[in-house]
Design a protein around this ligand. Sequence first.
Ligand code: SAH
Length: 512
Amino acid sequence: MIASRIPSETRPPRMEALARLPIFVALTGKRAIVSGGSAAAAWKAELLSAEGAKVDVYAEDPSEELIAVAAEAPHGAIAIHHRRWNVADFNEAQIAVAACEDDQAAEHFATAARAAGVPVNVIDKPAFCDFAFGAIVNRSPLVIGISTDGAAPVFGQAIRAKLEAMIPRGFVRWAESARHWRRAVQSSGLSFAGRRRFWQLFTAYAVTHPDREPTQSDFDAFLTRTRGVGKAVDEGSVTLVGAGPGDPELLTLRAVRALQSADVILFDDLVAPEILDFARREAKKMLVGKTGYGPSCKQDEINALMISLAKVGKRVVRLKGGDPMIFGRAGEEIAACRAAGIPVEAVPGITAAQGAASRLGVSLTHRRHARRLQYVTGHAEDGRLPSDLDWKSLADPSATTVVYMPKKTIGELSARAIARGLDSKTPAIAVVGATRPDEIIIAATVGEIAARLDEAAPVGPVIVLIGHVFAAGAAHSKHGTSGRSLEAPHHQFSPTAQMMGSPKNRTTKAAT
Ligand code: SAH
């Protein structure tokens, strides 16, 4: 008998240890002091001025860079005092930065700053710092700070370069207009859910039209649309979201967006835990089971729960392993929502077969060897091999077959396909936990795969892929086609190689 599982809310895990707390300091009109005349000190003076601080620089011998920066201060005024700093200079200062030759000078400065209650940074001397400057991506008012806690500033710079490329410049205008419109939205009479809907419409538009100049008519259109769907917004919705096979990098952007705006997430055992990290922390996360043979919630209970939550205005995400439309009972859930009048939408995911193929580095189709690709389930409603599989197709030598839920029945499935003419030497590969860190690949033939899988007795989800396309894939494995647990093929590309190629930016200096 299959035990029934009560849907249970899982408490979000406590936050993991944080190496640095990113805080964004407002310095406009405040006093900042900088000691030293070097180029590094000049760059810090520029940074502080850009944020609007009034910067006093104490330098007996200012460099050309410092003089140039002071002449063209980006925002707050930069004054150069041609002398050493003294204790009185810390009066009314909000922040203090020094470029020091040696540790003794650094200690002297840091001690004086701390005595005056002013947070201090000594450039490139973390031991004397109360805070660090991160690498910056500037789309003000949108600002991104990056820190590696001093572990790898170059890595931080590479990430900065990636983000620079990813985040369009036009976001400056949209973030600016958000600030401008904020008050009007607050006083628009929209409910909390309505206001959130407004900002979701705004964001969806900004993200897809970064280069457009935001106009008043955009604002009016968002407001009209929000009002037009106001009722539906408050009614809640259901989104079936594909979580992919495991690796969070395989989530679609839309899946991430759905996770970030969900109030409640109902997820399956198959969903890798890292995926849930993409959800808002405040979202309620409920495990609704479905391991195949272990305890699981009944489908009717899941449907009822989903609908009752949506009816009280929740944005429900039904998060499923792989693609929701493949062996995921999405059809039943969509029908139940429609019958209850709940708006329902699906976001596709990478199915286990695609995840496995990518990791194996094998194309599932081939112009000569595999003209058909078929996904079959090894698990009928009663847990046995489905009685109505098309054996002629399964015996087709020019097909690639992927068997989902094969654990109990792959032996019988293989034997029957062989009996119908499939060559028992046809390569077969079982992939356990495809794309996850603990992925296991077991390469054999269709005649032997069931025995190999039994020996390995894997605990994670398994698919079995059968077909001649795997002949080449099996050849580059360590043990040949009758091997046991094989390592995943190593990937050849190196993302850092490209990232490190980016031009050296002067903010390298600003890294901690
Ligand atoms: N919707 C899912 C399939 C759900 S059925 C998808 O598109 O992938 C459940 C079966 O999917 C499991 O029994 C297993 O056969 C397969 N499966 C799901 N995730 C897997 C993974 N990471 N590795 C191997 N098989 C997986």
